[in-house]
Design a protein around this ligand. Structure first.
Ligand SMILES: [Zn+2]
Length: 136
């Protein structure tokens, strides 16, 4: 018997009908920080305020990973890309699309929570990813 899905790392995102990334915004310089941090990496102010990033964002660059990185237990190939969110922060993340030819610079990408692998206890480990917004 398996439990509920396990996040690949606690504190990165919140799952739900509309998943969000858990970030911080510096109260001095306004920079958005992801993952959350105790201090601003731009101006070193302390105690940035928590913010949630819902997307969608804009695809900047991307590639496909065809060989599993050390310790990675999921499937290959998988897509990785840089997505700029409306808050101005660029996030490197997994893409649901693994074929680079199927993606276009500047296209809109929405946040998803996707299965990554099954851990030793049989739990589904999930992570955040960006998926192309379906064109209407
Ligand atoms: Zn700052």
């Amino acid at each position: 018997m398996t439990g509920p899905p396990v996040m690949v790392r606690a504190g990165l995102f919140r799952d739900g009908d509309a998943p969000v990334l858990l970030a911080s915004r510096c109260t001095r310089c306004g920079q958005v920080l992801f993952p959350r941090a105790d201090g601003c990496t731009y101006c070193s102010a302390e105690a940035p305020e928590p913010v949630e990033l819902a997307g969608p964002g804009t695809l900047w660059s991307w590639t496909a990973v065809t060989a599993p990185p050390p310790g990675y237990r999921g499937e290959v190939p998988f897509g990785v890309g840089v997505v700029e969110l409306p808050e101005g922060v660029r996030i490197i993340g997994r893409l649901t699309e693994s074929d680079p030819a199927a993606l276009t610079a500047g296209q809109q990408m929405e946040l998803r929570v996707v299965p990554l692998h099954t851990d030793d206890e049989g739990n589904d480990v999930v992570t955040y990813a960006f998926a192309p917004v379906a064109s209407s």
